[in-house]
Design a protein around this ligand. Structure first.
Ligand SMILES: *[C@@H]1O[C@H](CO)[C@@H](O)[C@H](O)[C@H]1NC(C)=O
Ligand SMILES: *[C@@H]1O[C@H](CO)[C@@H](O)[C@H](O)[C@H]1NC(C)=O
Ligand SMILES: *[C@@H]1O[C@H](CO)[C@@H](O)[C@H](O)[C@H]1NC(C)=O
Ligand SMILES: *[C@@H]1O[C@H](CO)[C@@H](O)[C@H](O)[C@H]1NC(C)=O
Ligand SMILES: *[C@@H]1O[C@H](CO)[C@@H](O)[C@H](O)[C@H]1NC(C)=O
Length: 401
């Protein structure tokens, strides 16, 4: 008992010591427009600086020598609290609270600002719905994207992204959304979701008041397909192939083979695929799968965002169970025939021996008496036939299927 107490005490002591030697760090998540309270213990003596998430080399003083530097953004409350008003995405980052007389007394607060309390995850190409309950229409729908693709390799999560109106009470705006977005009294439906639809959707009522804010996260599809040798692969592409790039990488050579390039089917394909692989509408078909077809299909949209990864695994050729059963029966028959043959050979051999013996006995019969000849006749014959064939057959293991 003492030992356990000592162990617990030393563990607690160690953790206390190690904690006090480090700067206290806290993470907090706030939503857009919220006020965030930061505790500043000894007020007159504290400095507060802010390092934005987007530029950590930049320091913004919020409180300096007890004075609030930006009255618009921050407010001092006498009980040792600093209030950040109406936080936005640009307020994300690290807040350092430190004593101006003793720099080793410091506290770090990492603030994350989220746009929505409600986030929905939708897979690429699927449908996103926002229900409009008790909202006075006609509505306005605004969208603020969270992602911007700069080029094939660079994706930016930007904070400077402007809000765009997708629906202005009467009309769907933006060519990207015409045909995909429909608005009724009850709901907003966005079909065939793309990665560029990631962001926040704001619904404003008839009078322009914000009523709903929802965030959409788009994820790509991950599929594992197991097929047997000779089967056909039918693969969903989630969009019409004219909106896609499809690249296939076989496990065998690890070389990327482009199948659809910026919406155009590549012809002719690699000889291994030519004639077996076709793409129609939003489906890819590969006929008569070989074991060497194992690999991965990477589907991306025209902007280079991932739509799907499909991993193909192929099982080697297997006989159907009936054929296996028939083959084992044939095997068993062949085995029994072999055993028969061996026993026959043995029998013939025995008979020859016996004949030789009989000949010898017959030759000697003249010299010896008839009694000895009769004894030989009783013991020698027929024994071989029974004892060779049957034990062999009985001791052979039963066939297994
Ligand atoms: C970060 O802030 C510093 C100081 O204001 C500035 O010189 C620099 O250009 C900024 N970097 C970026 C990437 O904005
Ligand atoms: C504070 O807000 C006022 C009025 O909106 C504006 O004129 C001023 O430039 C702002 N100050 C800072 C430091 O942002
Ligand atoms: C600064 O604070 C640390 C930790 O609280 C303390 O150990 C140290 O003595 C202080 N130094 C001064 C100069 O006050
Ligand atoms: C993508 O853009 C970044 C920054 O603008 C640049 O450094 C990079 O070289 C670009 N890559 C390509 C493939 O163009
Ligand atoms: C919505 O946009 C369309 C097309 O730009 C325009 O004709 C229509 O007047 C706008 N409606 C409202 C209510 O602003």
């Amino acid at each position: 008992m003492k030992a356990i107490e000592a162990a617990v005490f030393s563990a607690v002591f160690c953790s206390v010591v190690s904690a006090s030697s480090k700067v206290k760090e806290e993470s907090r998540t706030a939503f857009f427009g919220e006020d965030v309270h930061i505790e500043v213990s000894s007020w007159t003596d504290s400095d507060v600086v802010f390092k934005p998430r987007t530029n950590r080399s930049y320091e913004v003083p919020l409180v300096w020598a007890g004075r609030v530097m930006n009255q618009n953004k921050t407010k001092l409350i006498s009980q040792g609290y600093l209030v950040l008003k109406d936080v936005q995405e640009e307020d994300e980052g690290l807040y350092i609270i430190r004593s101006s007389s003793n720099s080793s007394m410091a506290k770090h607060l990492i603030l994350t600002v989220r746009e929505c309390a409600l986030e929905k995850m939708v897979k690429y190409g699927e449908t996103y719905i926002i229900h409009l309950d008790h909202i006075q229409g006609p509505i306005t729908l605004a969208f603020r994207p969270s992602l911007v693709r700069v080029n094939q390799t660079v994706v930016l999560h930007t904070s400077e992204h402007p809000t765009v109106v997708l629906y202005n009470k009467t009309t769907v705006l933006g060519e990207d959304y015409v045909g995909r977005l429909s608005v009724s009294e009850k709901q907003v439906i966005l079909h065939s979701v793309r990665m560029t639809d990631e962001g926040s959707f704001t619904v404003l009522d008839r009078d322009g008041h914000t009523k709903i804010r929802r965030c959409l996260n788009v994820r790509d599809h991950l599929r594992f397909v197991h097929l047997s040798y000779g089967e056909n692969l039918r693969m969903k592409l989630f969009l019409h192939y004219s909106n896609l790039n499809v690249v296939y990488r076989s496990k065998q050579d690890n070389q990327d083979q482009v199948i659809v390039n910026q919406g155009v089917l590549v012809t002719p394909l690699d000889p291994q695929l030519e004639g077996r692989l076709t793409v129609e509408g939003s489906e890819l078909v590969m006929k008569a799968i070989h074991v060497t077809d194992k690999g991965v299909f990477k589907v991306t949209d025209l902007a280079g965002f991932s739509v799907a990864h499909v991993y193909l695994d192929v099982e080697a050729y297997k006989l159907p169970p009936l054929a296996v059963a028939i083959l084992s029966m044939v095997g068993l028959l062949a085995f029994m025939l072999l055993v028969c043959l061996l026993s026959c050979l043995y029998k013939i051999h025995k008979r020859n021996e016996k004949n030789k013996k009989l000949m010898l006995i017959a030759q000697q019969a003249g010299k010896r008496d008839g009694e000895a000849f009769r004894q030989e006749l009783q013991t020698a014959p027929l024994l071989g036939e029974r004892f060779v064939f049957w034990p062999l057959l009985v001791s052979s293991p039963p066939p297994s299927f």
